[in-house]
Design a protein around this ligand. Structure first.
Ligand code: GLY
Ligand code: MN
Ligand code: MN
Length: 432
């Protein structure tokens, strides 16, 4: 694989270079300088939170942890990578990998956190506020020009063969973690031990995951971004939801699976199977030209059918949607763009750069675009029993079968999530 990967990376860099050069000509910049960013110590302390470099920097350079570093793209010479490599006996010195991509850059190792020499007519892109706050000198140049950033974001939404290879590999590694998490749940482990089994099998430390893994048992499965790991196993095991990822060269997998526990009602397992079928039907309809808002609405039609088929709702499909019932049972969007950021850029714009915000009745939708080949997206339908969202419905005469809903409350909820690349004639599922 690595020969293919390096060849694909070279083609990816060649294409990026010509796209950046066109943008420099269009907007009349001498160069574009991408700042990787840096972590800031906790207040009053010398300890740092985990860090990921700015997405546009990682789009070129797979050093996704590089801090205080710069990449400067010129119209007529190789890009210059100013890589921060302090003389530091407290830490392992920065080393460049022995990989062919390095030869595409003029690399300067910098012992100090510098700002490179730039002309007034350079576009400087990155977390300039953090640079200023850290006392970093801001060179001449134009900081974060809107039109250019939109154009750079647009370059990120269509993935190259290199990026798709990285995303596929991130998925393969993450799935090993998901299998181990499922086995740990079957072995009656607690949330923390399931997380540790996931990390071990996916070969990563916790600070390297692309987002905080969501490992929720029972009602925690209904907390959309559940953020803790219980250290003891509950007596009753109804459910486990694992939403957990992996990076590969900075590219993120974002996969969710929900598992039935021994104490769940039989209906819960039937609903998990139904939600897999919903996911697979939505994926089967992916092809260039699909409007993602319409597909999100199709998810709500599917959810209404699932609720009616399983006797959770005794009204019509139209009523389940019009009365906001499916939204109370699934308050998040169908999916989002995926890349060097787990929620990748440019999801809420049209291809020509116009703002395309989420519809008013679906405010959490992060992707409103028409699908085109090369986009990588998640498809993640869910069905949850969230007390806060169901409470207002309980005071209505809507024909919700509360007896069944109450039996399912201890299960928390269901989400299933795959990562998909749109191809010229349909789609390819990257999640094994
Ligand atoms: N893991 C966050 C998400 O699925 O969007
Ligand atoms: Mn997820
Ligand atoms: Mn997701």
């Amino acid at each position: 694989m690595s020969e293919t990967l390096h060849r694909q990376h070279k083609a990816h860099l060649d294409n990026l270079l010509s796209a950046y050069r066109s943008l420099m000509a269009q907007y009349d910049y001498d160069s574009i300088a991408l700042y990787s960013g840096h972590a800031t110590p906790h207040y009053g302390d010398d300890q740092m939170p985990s860090f990921q470099a700015f997405g546009h920097f990682v789009h070129w350079v797979p050093l996704w942890e590089a801090e205080h570093s710069w990449l400067v793209i010129h119209p007529d010479k190789r890009p210059t990578l100013y890589l921060y490599a302090p003389n530091d006996f407290w830490h392992l010195p920065t080393m460049l990998p022995e990989e062919p991509w390095v030869a595409e850059f003029d690399v300067q190792l910098c012992t100090d956190a510098i700002t490179p020499p730039l002309t007034d007519n350079t576009a400087i892109v990155g977390d300039i506020a953090a640079l200023r706050a850290s006392g970093g000198a801001l060179a001449n140049g134009q900081a974060n020009p809107d039109a250019l950033i939109q154009a750079l974001d647009e370059l990120r939404i269509i993935k190259s063969d290199y990026e798709i290879t990285c995303l596929r590999e991130a998925n393969r590694l993450a799935m090993a973690g998901h299998e181990a998490a499922h086995a740990a749940f079957a072995g009656a482990c607690c949330e923390l031990d399931i997380q540790l089994a996931y990390l071990a099998a996916s070969r990563q430390r916790e600070s390297h995951t692309p987002y905080s893994n969501i490992i929720g048992m029972n009602q925690h499965a209904g907390v959309l971004h559940y953020q803790y790991y219980d250290v003891s196993a509950p007596k009753q095991r109804y459910s486990l939801l694992v939403d957990a990822g992996r990076r590969f060269r900075g590219y993120s997998a974002d996969i969710t699976r929900t598992h039935v526990g021994p104490d769940a009602p039989a209906l819960f397992e039937a609903l998990i199977n139904a939600m897999h079928a919903v996911k697979d039907r939505l994926i089967a309809s992916l092809t260039p030209g699909v409007d993602f808002i319409a597909l999100h609405e199709q998810m709500h039609h599917e959810l209404a059918e699932v609720m009616i088929d399983h006797d959770l709702f005794r009204g019509s499909r139209e009523a389940a949607i019009a009365e906001g019932i499916t939204r109370a049972f699934c308050p998040h969007g169908l999916g989002h763009s995926l890349g060097v950021q787990v929620h990748d850029v440019a999801g809420l714009r049209t291809a020509s750069g116009e703002p395309a915000p989420a519809p008013e009745n679906h405010p959490a939708l992060r992707l409103t675009r028409t699908l085109t080949p090369g986009m990588v997206i998640t498809i993640e339908p869910g069905l949850y029993f969230i007390p806060m969202l169901l409470a207002p419905l309980r005071n209505t005469s809507l024909p919700i079968n509360w007896t069944l809903v109450d039996q399912l409350m201890p299960c928390g909820g269901i989400r299933v999530e795959d990562n998909i690349v749109i191809t010229s004639d349909g789609f390819h599922n990257l999640t094994p």
